[in-house]
Ligand binder design. Structure first.
Ligand SMILES: [Zn+2]
Length: 605
């Protein structure tokens, strides 16, 4: 229907239906014939249009980081429909201009793809996984026309999974480029399962060693998560949803949300040791199908693929997605109350332990997301995490809405209101202001104080003012912890880098310096698990690190770790809990407004 409409509007004259479709759409053919070299060949057929055509390679996608995907484009050339070469002139590092393309053009280019994980594009001898924006350019004048893609040169035995729909010609079809690149593709010898739940159909694609996971357990977990989430939102804006999982042996981790799917990597060792890590990231990514993909900040629309997209709303789109994920895990029984309280205490400790919580607001942290690749920016004195403070603000906002509405509304009503008033109407919300309007609409009270102090501002959050309403208080205890004398962290796929070294510490005296690469800690490659390794140390323990200096050269350092005082936070019951506080707490832990149980019952909960 839409393709026909565009034909009518552009007045294209087409002899046959099949050529009519290709004339009004951008067609990509992606060759996987060189997997060992990680080389992907793309042939892009442009629809008829202006003679001069700009071709843009996105500079960012999947992560809020500029990664300049054009760096991997080895060469590009173009020809017209009859095979005559057309001039291709480079305009900047990510933009090309093709001339003489009024009747359409065929553009060919080669791109290197070897970035592993849910945020990458990779072709190797084992499989291919693509975030398509990292390998596909788009014609700037025709980004909104239908896009279709076909894959050729697949190695023997490889199959393909994507949320896109396939037509009878073997093309996967999308409404436009944006929808195309919101649809990841896994090609290889993956395992697959599927199930139906609450009227929705779900596919599970797993690319991992068969001994590293249990498909039945994953499906059982997914059933609980999707049932709890769709019931909580009272909505299921899709027919089919796909979960892509990779459980690599290499250090890895992360999840990426899409409108009709998610791609999640969990290290195989982590999965074996802490299977609930999978439930936690899955609930977060699944909830994103509403919050950020459909309940979407105006500042992210339309997406600007050519430069960083600044938004103040990531505290809500990411952090409060984690708050909602906690509720989903509680409602589905995948975590219990004690675990929820313990995690909450840990989250408070993480925020309070970063001196930057007094200098950087959570909106500023959202704007600064684009700096997260830099180790200096990740220092506790420099930045806070919009995930961490956003998740806590989700908790505080939930409690504030309940208090302001005398228990009649909650975070659930805030999300449902935003779903009805923005997502369902095809509108985008005006960042923090839009969240405030929604929270005020459901609680019938002004929440200006909340947003000015804690969202736009850096005031200390008075935890007990919020927790008191549910009969809890926050208790601070000071503990003596091991202190290795340095902090290290890594960008999503980068090496572990030393952020800072405590002046005067053993590490400092031995010459460890900020900016150096941490290769190994106690003989184990530095990676995701290093944080846990460091947390297990006791004062006096010997630590051995292997380091690469800023100008190259590797060396090993050994010392006995020191100690430091750290405040930890715990949620405990108030000495006397009133029946009102008890009732409020029960509703809060269910993620429901008070008196909402009857209404929830009618949706089958
Ligand atoms: Zn997220």
């Amino acid at each position: 229907m839409i393709a026909a409409l565009i034909l009518a509007l552009t007045g294209s004259l087409a002899a046959a239906p099949s050529s009519a479709r290709s004339a009004s759409s951008t067609t990509y053919v992606i060759s996987l014939a060189q997997p060992a070299q990680h080389l992907v060949q793309v042939e892009m057929t442009l629809p008829a249009g202006p003679a001069e055509r700009q071709l843009q390679m996105p500079v960012w996608n999947a992560l809020y980081q500029v990664r300049d995907f054009a760096q991997y484009v080895n060469w590009i050339h173009a020809q017209d429909r009859s095979g005559k070469p057309l001039a291709v002139r480079q305009v900047n590092d990510s933009l090309w201009l093709v001339s003489g393309a009024a009747a359409g053009a065929v553009v060919a280019y080669q791109v290197y793809a070897d970035s592993a994980g849910p945020f990458g594009a990779q072709l190797n001898s084992h499989h291919a996984f693509f975030n398509l924006a990292e390998i596909l350019m788009y014609p700037v004048d025709a980004r909104t026309v239908p896009a279709r893609v076909r894959f050729s040169g697949l190695p023997q035995g490889w199959r393909l999974a994507t949320p896109l729909n396939e037509d009878s010609d073997g093309y996967w079809n999308a409404l436009n480029y944006d929808r195309l690149v919101d649809s990841p593709v896994e090609i290889g010898t993956f395992a697959e399962s599927d199930f139906d739940e609450g009227g929705g159909h779900y596919r599970v694609i797993v690319d991992a060693d068969a001994g590293d996971y249990d498909m039945e357990k994953i499906v059982a977990m997914l059933r609980k998560i999707v049932a709890a989430a769709t019931t909580w939102m009272n909505d299921r804006p899709f027919d089919t949803y796909t979960f892509f999982y990779h459980f690599p042996r290499a250090p890895a981790g992360g999840g990426m949300e899409h409108s009709y799917s998610t791609a999640i990597d969990v290290n195989a060792e982590v999965l074996a040791r802490a299977p609930d890590a999978l439930a936690s990231v899955t609930a977060h990514e699944f909830f994103h199908l509403w919050n950020v993909k459909r309940i979407r900040p105006q500042t992210l629309e339309p997406v600007d693929y050519a430069r960083a997209n600044y938004t103040r709303a990531l505290w809500f789109s990411e952090g409060v997605t984690s708050t909602a994920a906690d509720t989903i895990l509680l409602r589905s029984g995948l975590i219990d109350e004690r675990r929820f309280f313990d995690d909450l205490g840990g989250d408070i400790g993480e925020l309070e332990g970063r001196p930057a919580h007094l200098t950087q607001s959570v909106e500023e942290s959202s704007l600064d997301a684009w700096l997260e690749g830099d180790a200096y920016y990740r220092r506790p004195e420099r930045s806070i995490s919009y995930y961490n403070k956003g998740e806590l603000l989700g908790i505080a906002l939930d409690l504030a809405v309940r208090e302001a509405s005398h228990g009649r509304a909650s975070l659930r009503e805030v999300f449902q209101w935003m779903n009805q008033n923005y997502a369902k109407k095809g509108k985008f919300f005006p960042d923090s202001e839009g969240v405030r309007q929604a929270a005020e609409a459901v609680s019938h009270a002004s929440l200006e104080w909340f947003f000015s102090k804690y969202v736009a501002g850096t005031e200390e959050i008075p935890w007990n003012d919020f927790f008191r309403t549910v009969g809890l208080r926050e208790v601070e205890t000071t503990n003596t912890l091991a202190d290795a004398g340095f902090i290290a962290s890594r960008n999503f796929d980068g090496p572990m880098v030393v952020e800072e070294v405590t002046p005067g510490s053993q590490a400092d005296q031995l010459g460890l310096r900020a900016g150096e690469t941490m290769l190994a800690i106690d003989g184990k490659p530095a990676g995701e698990e290093s944080r846990e390794e460091l947390a297990r140390l006791k004062p006096g323990d010997l630590i051995t690190v292997k380091v690469r200096g800023r100008r190259g050269g590797e060396h090993e350092l050994k010392w006995n770790v020191g100690s430091r005082q750290e405040v930890s936070y715990e949620l405990r019951d108030l000495e006397k809990i009133t029946p009102e506080e008890q009732a409020r707490r029960e509703a809060w832990l269910k993620g429901e407004a008070q008196g909402a149980t009857a209404a929830a019952g009618s949706t089958g909960q």
